[in-house]
Design a protein. Structure first.
Length: 243
């Protein structure tokens, strides 16, 4: 087995490692951060696919990466369970704004936890917009996961005023919010190898392949429909003349 030295990748642009707390460049980060930025912004995949870089990433993933992403995943699963429970219990009530009884009290608890989770999630999302995307709205909205998050937040918050007014339109927002929140599970599982590859395949099919297929398919549908219409038109004219 060969020995791979990762010191260069784990140092900043001046060759200083994170162990050098005083002189390490925290703003620019390590060469690993630079490679990730090049991969994300300029779509340069060759560097990220280098064996030494992949070995370092896999080492960090096995050492602490999985644990780092596991906690947000478990919290989101808990949120989704409580959100589902609150909607199911509310759907059985004629007036969902009525919280009398032990079962409705439990529903109120679920809704409070859901709102608290959403507030914390929105704060993290705003922080990500200012730090990771440097207030670049175009770059932020170009990520489909961010668009899903925004739609889920807005639709969930729109439930509250219509719930208070006891307006049935709340269920339209509730159904859409539930769909978008369910889609957010892919954002938390895309980095896991046992499901992430299938998530990327599904996203590629929905975003690119299905549009290309529908374009070609619509051409054949219009052509076949037009030909069938003209054939039937000619047949009807022949029947009229014979009579």
């Amino acid at each position: 087995k060969g020995v791979v030295h990762h010191q260069v990748l784990e140092s900043d642009r001046n060759g200083r490692t994170p162990d050098d707390n005083e002189s390490f460049d925290l703003e620019r980060g390590t060469c690993v951060d630079l490679i990730f930025d090049l991969t994300a912004t300029h779509k340069i995949q060759a560097i990220a696919e280098h064996k030494s870089f992949r070995t370092l990433v896999n080492l960090k993933w096995d050492k602490f990466g999985q644990k780092y992403y596991l906690f947000p995943l478990m919290m989101f699963v808990l949120f989704l369970v409580l959100f589902t429970t609150a909607l199911v219990l509310a759907s059985k009530e004629e007036n969902p704004s009525n919280y009398r009884g032990s079962l409705n009290g439990f529903r109120l608890f679920c809704e409070i936890v859901v709102i608290v989770y959403l507030i914390g999630d929105i704060v993290l999302e705003v922080s990500e917009f200012f730090t990771t995307y440097n207030r670049n709205v175009r770059a932020y909205l170009s990520e489909w996961t961010n668009m899903t998050d925004i739609c889920a937040y807005l639709l969930t918050l729109l439930i509250i005023p219509f719930r208070i007014a006891n307006n049935d339109i709340q269920w339209v927002f509730a159904s859409l919010a539930y769909i978008f929140h369910s889609m957010r599970i892919f954002d938390h599982t895309i980095m896991y190898s046992f499901i992430g590859i299938y998530t990327m395949i599904l996203f590629r099919i929905l975003s690119r392949d299905i549009l290309q297929f529908m374009t070609v398919f619509m051409f054949f549908v219009v052509s076949y429909g037009g030909g069938l219409y003209f054939a039937l038109r000619g047949e009807s004219c022949g029947l009229d003349q014979s009579t």
